[in-house]
Design a binder for this molecule. Structure first.
Ligand code: S3P
Length: 172
């Protein structure tokens, strides 16, 4: 049985939708940011970026993905927005899971993340940052994804149902 892996930009709903999918599928839920934080001895994401820079965060994220993907129990995994940009992460996630890309227009994402206070990459203003990140990441998300779900006009429950239905199509 494969993991259910959620990718997409900040504000896509990976964590909220992932928690709900985990309930529906009766699986454990893992957020990659939580594992990164644990690997950093409990330091929050902002602190990891402030102290070691994005490079250090990405190193921790890569080892988090290696650990999580190797779980023998099938999980629901919410990935930090930058996870799928790394080719090694993409390979690990694709091999061990069904990868679902949660999409929404950047204006909607910007509204959902608010002031982006806990997300260092949004520091210059969420809309501008998300617009730039979308352009930079779109190809990587597309390369990683087995399926894409549009989240714009759906509530969390409806998105989770759509994800679970799509996932069922990939399960043996
Ligand atoms: C990031 C997204 C964040 C977190 C970090 C970097 C990114 O996770 O991993 O702030 O590069 O897009 P969420 O997508 O869960 O907010």
């Amino acid at each position: 049985m494969k993991h259910l892996v959620l990718i997409g930009l900040m504000g896509a709903g990976k964590t909220t939708v992932g928690r709900l999918c985990a309930q529906k599928l009766d699986r454990d839920f893992v957020d990659t940011d939580d594992v990164v934080i644990a690997l950093a001895g409990g330091a929050p994401v902002e602190e990891i970026f402030a102290v070691g820079g994005e490079k250090h965060f990405r190193e921790l994220e890569r080892s988090a993905i290696a650990d999580i993907a190797a779980s023998p129990a099938p999980l629901v995994i919410a990935c930090g927005g930058g996870t799928a940009v790394d080719a090694q992460n993409r390979r690990r996630l694709q091999r061990s899971g069904v990868v679902v890309w949660l999409q929404a227009p950047v204006a909607v994402l910007a509204e959902r993340v608010g002031n982006g206070a806990t997300r260092p990459l949004l520091a210059g203003g969420p809309l501008a940052a998300l617009t730039r990140l979308e352009a930079a990441r779109e190809a990587a998300y597309e390369a990683a994804a087995d399926v894409t779900i549009d989240t714009e006009d759906r509530d969390v429950e409806a998105v989770a149902d759509a994800v679970a239905a799509a996932f069922a199509g990939f399960e043996p």
